[in-house]
Design a protein around this ligand. Structure first.
Ligand code: SF4
Length: 335
């Protein structure tokens, strides 16, 4: 008996579905008319309720179309806090250029505003050097790909848990030499134990491991450590040795106008290493994390030739992620 039939009861609802289907064209045209009626649309003001407890699906419309909020606005100033954002917004200020000189902010926030107004690049060389000096060679640049299942197929996984199925690892030596290791699970089986074993083979204890936005990698490794007792101590050692390449950007030690106040790798990479950002556009099949997630989740349905092609695409994508980290760090060393 499959786990689906143990969890779910089946009922024939074909007749009801047929009836509902007949009504769909009529309902769609009613809804379309409703959506096109901009005269009578709701006019609830934007605020923190648009992002919490999760981002509202209508945000692009309410913020950009209804209210013309620019891509980089007072709402993107790092840690400004909703009270101050609302205070500015209530004065009709959304553009960073319009923030009054005497508006109270932290030093970092004020610096970000000054940089934006002047459209200048801000680089705190000393702070960046102290971050870079914490990294000892060889440096293990690590990136995971994960997918999720609403009803997990394997024991010990909760609904929508991040299940790691792939990683890429660039090992950077002091003389600039790069080695590359990778793991990509076979589809249709629980990938976690093999991945954890290979990770422990590839990353020794007591070395610097680097991730971009390390909370994700740390979370994945911690769950693996809880699941596989024999590997737990080694995995926790890797976990404890992870440092975050995002730190200099999150701390605003390197800010360019094109980053739009963000420290996400999506903004940081094109600002620092544009040629690497372009390399993603040239990838065939998988160009971002969501596509990787979806590719692996659906891989079992593919014929062998297509599957092989998709595996190559996944390997190429993940490899580029860690190579991008190597290049970003290289850039930081040279500031
Ligand atoms: S984005 Fe969503 S929560 Fe915010 S005002 Fe629009 S509909 Fe309301």
């Amino acid at each position: 008996m499959s786990h689906f039939s143990r969890l779910c009861k089946s009922n024939h609802v074909t007749d009801e579905v047929d009836q509902l289907q007949e009504q769909i064209p009529q309902r769609l045209s009613e809804w379309e008319a409703y959506l096109l009626d901009t005269q009578n649309e709701p006019d609830i003001d934007i605020g923190s309720h648009c992002k919490k407890p999760y981002e509202c699906d209508a945000k692009a419309y309410c913020w950009k179309v209804q209210r013309n909020i620019p891509d980089y606005s007072i709402f993107n100033i790092f840690n400004l806090g909703s009270k101050k954002q609302v205070a500015l917004y209530e004065q009709g200020i959304v553009n960073i250029n319009d923030i009054p000189e005497d508006f109270e902010m932290t030093d970092k926030q004020s610096q970000a505003v000054v940089n934006h107004k002047a459209q200048t690049i801000h680089i705190d060389k000393e702070a960046i050097a102290s971050f870079v000096n914490t990294l000892t060679y060889p440096i293990y640049h690590l990136d995971f790909e994960t997918f999720q299942q609403a009803i997990p197929e394997w024991k010990g996984i909760s609904p929508f848990q991040q299940i790691p199925f792939q990683y890429s690892l660039h090992i950077e030596h002091e003389d600039g030499r790069l080695e590359h290791c990778e793991f990509l699970a076979v589809d249709g089986a629980d990938p976690r134990e093999l991945l954890a074993q290979k990770l422990c083979e590839d990353i020794p204890r007591d070395v610097t491991v680097l991730a971009y936005n390390m909370s994700f990698e740390k979370g994945v490794i911690k769950k693996l450590a809880l699941e596989y007792e024999a590997l737990s101590s080694h995995l926790l050692d890797i976990h404890d040795n992870i440092k975050d390449l995002m730190t200099p950007f999150q701390q605003k030690h390197y800010v360019t106008p094109s980053m739009n106040g963000s420290y996400s790798i999506k903004y940081v990479l094109p600002a620092l290493v544009p040629e690497m950002a372009e390399a993603y556009q040239e990838l065939d099949g998988v160009q971002n994390g969501s596509e990787a997630m979806s590719a692996f989740a659906h891989m079992s349905k593919l014929a062998n030739v297509e599957k092989e092609k998709m595996r190559k695409a996944l390997l190429a994508y993940c490899k580029l992620d860690t190579l991008a980290m190597v290049r970003v760090l290289e850039k930081l060393r040279r500031v």
